[in-house]
Design a protein around this ligand. Sequence first.
Ligand SMILES: [Ca+2]
Length: 104
Amino acid sequence: MMKTLLLSATALALAAPVLAQQTPTPAPTPPAADTSTNKSDMSFSKIDTDKSGSLSLAELKMVDVGVTQADFDKADANKDKTLSMNEFDKWAADHKMSKPGKAG
Ligand SMILES: [Ca+2]
């Protein structure tokens, strides 16, 4: 503890003149996964949150909360319980993902 304090004190003493001359601009990097108000741009890679290369039902629900297991099974052509990009494309084309004016 004392060592750390001494070190930071030394660092501060060394940095003080520099800090006095150029005011450091704090650049807080905002987290990438937040404030997604516009969901019109839903691509496969975005929905595939765990980057497994395929979509689970939970992930598909990000596109449409009303999607059911039956819908999922229908889209899951090879019945491996996941949607490949191909299967998702077909589902999306079938499903007409564009829902204008739906907020919330
Ligand atoms: Ca599949």
